[in-house]
Design a protein. Structure first.
Length: 280
């Protein structure tokens, strides 16, 4: 499976990190230049950008447009694609997981990552390969740094964005009719999650979005949309009651020993060598 990596032109350190990581994991990849926030005007398409649940920062708008560019490219193709943001850290064995995902049918989207927030997933996995399970994903809460998107899913996401703006991960989470799955344990984390998991970050990063101050207070219409979105999440949870559960998706043990639990043993010597290689 081919990977497309969204990378801002000035983020040369992240680009170099991803080049090393992709070659280490044996993945084919292409960099795609992210839309720069500096090129967006604050008042441009005000009605469209105001259609989200709160005011969107210019960096958040640029992030959505960067993903949208890729969704349009994927929609024109015939094969699923791995979409990565340039701060995604992948686990050893991800190539084998991607090879399995590529053979699936009736799937729109597969999340590879976890950000420490519970997800609503099927109790019984759709498929299992060794320690890795693939579970139906009914409700995610955040994360667009590492996911597989099929052409059918890309078309659905494009349709959703044409109607209303939003955070890139929120659009994925909220798009109706999107058939999503979750890799369990997760094969990807963002670099800002490393420290909390006891992993020495291979690269120190600061999100461009976090560097931009929050926009002005939300309008009444945006508050109303926020409440409506929460109600939709509640309805979705009730609809799958009995066959789904709220689960904290653990990261793969191939990331390091810093988050050992009885369920996830310490990585093998080979995995430790992989971690040392990535960090170097």
């Amino acid at each position: 499976m081919h990977a497309f990596i969204i990378n801002l032109a000035e983020e040369k350190c992240r680009r170099a990190f991803q080049e090393r990581q992709m070659r280490r994991l044996g993945l084919d990849f292409t960099f795609t230049v992210a839309v720069p926030a500096a090129g967006l005007a604050a008042g441009e398409r005000a009605r469209y950008w105001g259609s989200w649940q709160r005011p969107l920062r210019l960096t958040e708008r640029a992030c959505l447009l960067s993903h949208l560019d890729l969704w349009r490219r994927i929609a024109r193709g015939a094969s699923p694609v791995l979409v990565l943001e340039d701060d995604a850290l992948l686990a050893e064995g991800v190539a084998q997981v991607l090879a399995g995902i590529e053979t699936l049918s009736g799937v729109d989207h597969v999340s590879l990552e976890t950000r420490g927030r519970r997800k609503l997933v099927a109790r019984a996995p759709m498929m299992r390969a060794g320690e890795v399970r693939l579970r139906r994903l009914y409700q995610d809460r955040s994360g667009a740094a590492a996911y597989v998107l099929f052409p059918s899913g890309a078309r659905r996401l494009i349709g959703a964005v044409e109607r209303r703006a939003g955070l890139s991960d929120a659009v994925i989470c909220a798009t109706r009719g999107l058939t999503s799955y979750q890799v369990d344990p997760a094969m990807a984390i963002q670099l800002d999650q490393c420290e909390g998991l006891g992993i020495e970050p291979p690269l120190q990063t600061v999100s461009a979005i976090d560097r931009e101050p929050r926009a002005k207070r939300k309008t009444f219409a945006q508050t109303r949309r926020r409440i409506a979105a929460q109600l939709c999440m509640l309805v979705r949870r009730v609809a799958v009651l009995g066959r789904a559960e709220s689960r904290l998706i653990q990261p793969s043990a191939a990331f390091g020993c810093g988050f050992q639990t009885p369920e996830w043993p310490c990585p093998t010597e080979a995995q430790n060598r992989w971690l040392a290689a990535v960090q170097s």
